[in-house]
Design a binder for this molecule. Structure first.
Ligand SMILES: Cc1cc2nc3c(=O)[nH]c(=O)nc-3n(C[C@H](O)[C@H](O)[C@H](O)COP(=O)(O)OP(=O)(O)OC[C@H]3O[C@@H](n4cnc5c(N)ncnc54)[C@H](O)[C@@H]3O)c2cc1C
Length: 550
């Protein structure tokens, strides 16, 4: 009977991109690792890359985004519970991310040689599978430097925050083999300008964790509300302060955190993002009273690194799917990737993807070497540059990669539907953890210190003489950085420093085909306003061969 409805045979539709090793097939990432961590044993990344490419993990990623988190404010008897229920696929993804140490491996390792770089590579690979569950993973990774501001809480929580066991239960910290943490800064009246926070914290005595407070107020965005604890900002008598707020109190009772709603978001569907209220919730001071912004920014700095890594991972995923599809889909008598103009688009995307990978991995290295003053300064300046530029490029990139798949790119179904998910996810890394303008303005703040400018210029000097257009930009940068007095040009400066840094890194890590085409297009002006406008005469074969996922 079926044949009555079969008018045709299905042809010219690509096979799914599945069962391949995300790590071994990623030459740009492997080059960045060889550059930033030449002695790193990559066996763990190889295993992770293999796992993340399987159909089983892809199915978990799909289900976690289809069966989205549900808030249960009350139980069926009417008691307040404030629980978020997740599909088992979400927990399966979380368990693998924790098992891979993406939530804290650098803090667990006694001799941390290149541990941030190794973890960054794993984070980027995992993003290719599913980015939204990485929100609590990223926040847990990022919290350690800030949480050390309360040594007693840190002593109790650090083992759980770095353990490789995932435990989603709501229970007191000491009964859990694994812990996660989130952050609450943004309020209704202000997110970038957190000084406008109205949440209040009133002193409530001292105990084993130091100065305790009672917190009353709200947060307009607080992602992953099922985390075991949060760092939040609240006003004390001395000003905005950073506080540690657990969901379950040391005596086993629930803290007074009310989840009002979950956000209905454009993308990032597997992750719950909530609006919360604190009704006299107990919290403990972290760092000094009145120095809360500086304290919590120690966490924000690392989540910003993850925004750059995450977008680089999404770019790589979109590029891989586009390359795979266009190698199998034919139009006008040959594969799409044999059509000259499609080759231009794909090669242009490949340049962008490799440049993003190179820059974000270099930033990760700066955190590994924070024992060196110059690397600390570099981390300070490369964080806003990377977060600004890479995340800004993400949405354009996703749109163009999606278009390589034609109509298939725009549908939600099946493996190809991942493109729609990537596209919806892309703007987020640019918005949260400090939106674009905030990053560009932060760069100006960082550049006010002469030492920082010197360190950046020394880093850029590694590529002196490699390309005339890069030299030209490097000649101009010292004056532009020193003379920059108005915020109005901050985006332009951020963009140009990012491009110079990316070119400089590609000069050291990528084949000539990639470096030349990057400089020719991005620096020498031989380029248009959209992807696919590379000039003629470039080695597109070399660029494409390097980028292919399989
Ligand atoms: C899905 C999602 C999850 C989130 N999860 C969390 C979370 O877990 N915890 C948390 O604390 N927050 C979270 N946020 C909030 C996020 O960090 C903020 O939305 C972000 O920091 C921007 O703040 P805002 O929304 O108040 O926008 P605003 O501060 O109003 O900014 C709006 C725009 O104005 C620009 N702007 C602001 N000041 C200036 C200026 N001086 N000059 C030029 N331009 C300026 C900004 O760049 C931005 O483009 C989340 C957001 C989203 C979308």
């Amino acid at each position: 009977m079926d044949t009555d409805f079969s008018t045709h045979e299905v042809t010219n539709q690509p096979s799914p991109l599945v069962d391949y090793n995300l790590f071994t097939s990623n030459q740009a990432l492997r080059a960045a690792l060889a550059f930033n961590a030449p002695r790193l044993d990559t066996a763990g990344l190889d295993t992770l890359g293999q796992l993340l490419g399987t159909s089983r993990m892809q199915a978990h990623a799909r289900m976690a985004n289809v069966a989205t988190p549900q808030l249960h404010s009350h139980d069926r008897f009417g008691r307040r519970i404030d629980e978020v229920e997740f599909h088992p696929a979400y927990h399966a993804l979380m368990a693998e991310a924790v098992a891979a140490g993406l939530h804290g491996s650098p803090w667990a390792s006694a001799h941390g040689d290149a541990q941030h770089v190794a973890r960054a590579a794993g984070f980027m690979l995992f993003t290719e599978l599913e980015p939204s569950i990485l929100c609590p993973i990223s926040m847990t990774y990022a919290v350690t430097p800030a949480l050390r501001g309360n040594p007693r809480v840190y002593a109790d929580w650090s083992a759980g925050l770095t353990s490789r066991s995932y435990d989603p239960r709501l229970a007191v910290w000491r009964d859990k083999p694994g812990l996660t943490m989130g952050m609450g800064m943004t309020e209704k009246q202000g997110g970038s300008d957190v000084r406008s926070n109205t949440t209040r914290a009133v002193a409530d005595g001292q105990d084993d964790w130091g100065a305790r407070y009672r917190v009353t107020g709200h947060k307009w965005f607080m992602s992953a509300p099922m985390c075991d604890a949060f760092l939040i900002l609240a006003q004390t008598g001395s000003g905005l302060s950073c506080l540690f707020l657990p969901r379950v109190l040391p005596d086993g009772s629930r803290n007074a955190i009310r989840i009002q709603r979950l956000k209905d978001k454009l993308g990032n569907k597997a992750n719950a993002s909530s609006e919360v209220e604190f009704h006299g919730a107990s919290a403990w001071l972290v760092g000094e009273e009145g120095r809360g912004v500086a304290q919590i920014l120690e966490m924000g700095t690392l989540t910003r690194l993850d925004c750059a890594l995450g977008t680089s991972g999404l770019m790589r995923q979109a590029l891989g799917i586009a390359l795979h599809h266009t190698s199998q889909r034919q139009a006008f008598g040959k594969p799409l990737d044999a059509q000259p103009l499609m080759r231009n688009v794909l090669a242009d995307l490949a340049l962008e993807s490799e440049a993003a990978c190179a820059l974000s991995m270099r930033l990760a290295r700066a955190f590994d070497r924070s024992d060196l003053p110059q690397e600390r300064l570099l981390a300070r300046v490369l964080t806003p540059i990377s977060k600004f530029w890479i995340c800004k490029r993400g949405s354009h990139f996703a749109q163009e990669a999606m278009e390589c798949l034609g109509g298939n790119g725009y549908v939600e179904e099946g493996g190809e539907g991942v493109m729609a998910r990537i596209y919806r996810e892309m703007p987020l890394n640019s918005i949260w953890e400090g939106a674009g303008n905030i990053m560009a303005i932060d760069l100006l703040r960082a550049l006010r210190k002469g030492d920082t400018r010197d360190v950046l210029l020394a880093e850029l000097s590694a590529a002196r003489g490699a390309h005339a257009a890069l030299d030209h930009l490097l000649d101009a940068l010292p004056h532009r950085m020193e003379a920059m007095s108005s915020e109005i040009e901050a985006r332009r400066l951020s963009q140009d420093i990012a491009l110079a840094m990316q070119a400089c890194l590609l000069c050291q890590t990528a084949p000539t085909a990639v470096f030349d085409a990057f400089c020719d297009s991005r620096l020498a002006g031989n380029w248009g306003q959209v992807f696919g406008t590379l000039g003629s005469g470039l080695n597109l074969d070399g660029i494409l061969a390097r980028a292919r996922p399989i």
